[in-house]
Design a protein around this ligand. Sequence first.
Ligand code: NAD
Length: 246
Amino acid sequence: MLQGKNALITGASRGIGRSIALELAKQGANVAVNYSGSEEKAQSVVDEIKQLGVKSFKVQADVANEENAKAMVKEVVSQFGSLDILVNNAGITRDNLIMRMKEDEFDQVINTNLKGVFQCTKAVSRQMMKQKAGRIVNVASIVGVSGNPGQANYVAAKAGVIGLTKSTAKEFASRNILVNAVAPGFISTDMTNELTDEQKESMLAMVPLAKLGEPEDVAKVVRFLTSDDANYITGQTIHIDGGMVM
Ligand code: NAD
């Protein structure tokens, strides 16, 4: 499905990003694995991908840093020759109630989760425009649509990502660059494992399918959005949330 395509996935050393990287590789894409933390984990994803018979390498970058984002994209184009798919997946949480939230907690989340998407999108834009083709998938969150107490910073960033997706889709459409978002609900990863049992129970009570999603549930939708099957879809946000927000 993605034979010969070259992809860059941000925050791909674990969780949803790792799963997307493996899913695209299974479909024949070469995959650059961006990471900011554990080099060892990133290398193990690269090794898994290479076993699937496609090319892969790891690239360290803080997605929110303009120079890092530019250098990362340059490296991908120099190693793979082109860049067909960007998945903006990197994200963090710094949960707190608004009255207790520190300015730094707000800034960190906006920087990584929203400015990071802008920086990486800007960094790939010239290359994709030159190619007159490209796919960008942004990993937002269902709480960017519904809101969530204790996550004002995260919700603001993810709502911003949904808006950024629409604007980018309109700006890039004439160059055949399709831009969509996915909005996962409650997915089983290190990020959600940090929640207390009480928090998990109250979130699950809101899910009609009454179970957590798996990273693969997100990865398969991203695979669809990057494939030729999604040639006429742009500017959309697909909810992957077990029916939580309808
Ligand atoms: P995770 O914490 O397991 O993975 C996030 C990855 O992003 C990590 O590898 C981390 O090192 C990387 N990262 C963080 N800051 C970075 C930076 N500045 N530059 C580069 N990489 C950076 O979390 P996850 O659950 O796999 O989340 C992946 C994405 O899915 C995030 O955008 C998250 O907001 C979103 N999401 C997750 C859920 C969920 O339930 N897990 C729900 C909705 C949305």
